[in-house]
Design a binder for this molecule. Structure first.
Ligand code: TXA
Ligand code: MG
Length: 313
């Protein structure tokens, strides 16, 4: 494991690691983030692997430049502009309609993306130097407290990542406030910017129930998870699309096949999952069969996502 105290050389090194698809923990004004290029689906899959979450969660994309915002989301309305003027750079994360340049795994398949411009100088310098938007959850394993010092990151996930930039203690020590303004303004997570201050800028804000949020990822097409070893013959007259883990022995019964990984690699499969599901959902088929995925490492999160799609009807 490597830890470098902040210096401009350390930032150059961290930026090149991020550009090449690696993982770097870095300080922000709220908590330490576990950063990867938001444009690299395999790097993002590795973030989920290190977090050991039993499911995929959409990540916050960090930017250092307002031009990036225009590239990453479809529209920035007046409400968003007012909030940005008031609170950026700083600990307010805005959920906005996402553009197509972001891979689906960053947003766990959602049509919206969470974006923030941090105010910590080390974070800003790193993002600028990397030249890509940086997706970063808090740098802790699932179920642990968010790290506010480099030593917390080291103890929790140090050996699994490429580099930690030690920029001292995070000044706020509390995560950013997450506000969805893709539709009616809705508070998704209370955080460092108090809701009262947001109301002063844009008026009424709804408070969401976290449970309802969990239900939002849905497919239009019915999906069925096959049993282990089951070939899955399509019902009479039905067009079926297959979501296969590895290349299938026989693809003739299917209208289309999406292969998640040629070599059967879970990280590659996770990186491809959401785009494959979107393609299947849009295709001219009646239903989706999904092969079961081995439930180790990222396989658990993949199966959790498939089960949620299956349950929905
Ligand atoms: O202060 C922070 O926000 C830190 C630093 C590193 O920026 N990051 C952080 O990330 O706390 P994370 O992944 O631990 O929490 C992100 C939160 C999650 O609750 C997630 O559900 C929500 O943001 N979120 C992200 N994208 C979303 C989206 N498109 N729609 C709804 N919620 C979203
Ligand atoms: Mg977190």
């Amino acid at each position: 494991m490597r830890v470098l105290k902040y210096s401009s050389e350390a930032i150059k090194e961290a930026a090149s690691i991020i550009k090449e698809g690696g993982l770097v923990a870095f300080p922000t004004e709220t908590v330490y983030g576990l950063g990867a290029s938001a444009l690299n689906p395999e790097a993002i899959a590795r973030v989920f692997e290190v977090k050991r979450r039993p499911h995929f969660e959409p990540l916050i994309v960090h930017i250092a430049d307002m031009m990036e915002l225009e590239r990453l989301c479809l529209r920035v309305d007046d409400r968003a502009k007012k909030l940005i003027k008031e609170f950026w750079p700083g600990p307010l994360t805005l959920v906005l309609p996402k553009s197509d340049i972001l891979p689906d795994i960053v947003t766990a398949g959602l049509r919206t993306v969470a974006i923030r411009m941090p105010s910590h100088p080390v974070a800003l310098e790193l993002i600028r130097e990397a030249g890509v938007p940086v997706a970063a959850p808090s740098a802790n394993p699932s179920g642990y407290l968010s790290p506010t010092e480099a030593s917390h990151v080291m103890e929790q996930i140090g050996p699994e990542i490429d580099l930690i930039i030690d920029g001292g203690k995070c000044p706020l020590g509390l995560e950013s406030t997450v506000l969805d303004i893709s539709e009616e303004p809705t508070l998704l997570r209370a955080g460092a910017v108090p809701i009262e201050r947001i109301k002063e800028v844009i008026g009424e804000v709804k408070i969401s129930s976290p449970l309802k949020e969990k239900r939002r990822y849905s497919l239009r097409k019915p999906l069925k998870i096959l049993k282990n070893g089951e070939a899955g013959s399509p019902p009479e007259g039905m067009k079926v699309g297959l979501l296969a883990f590895k290349p299938p022995a026989d693809s003739t019964p299917f209208e289309m096949v999406e292969v998640l990984s040629l070599s059967g690699d879970l990280r590659e499969a996770a990186a491809n999952l959401f785009s494959s599901l979107h393609r299947l959902d849009k295709a001219e088929i009646d239903l989706i069969y999904a092969e079961p995925i081995p439930e180790t490492g990222l396989g658990r999160a993949i199966m959790e996502r498939l089960r949620r799609a299956e349950d929905k009807k």
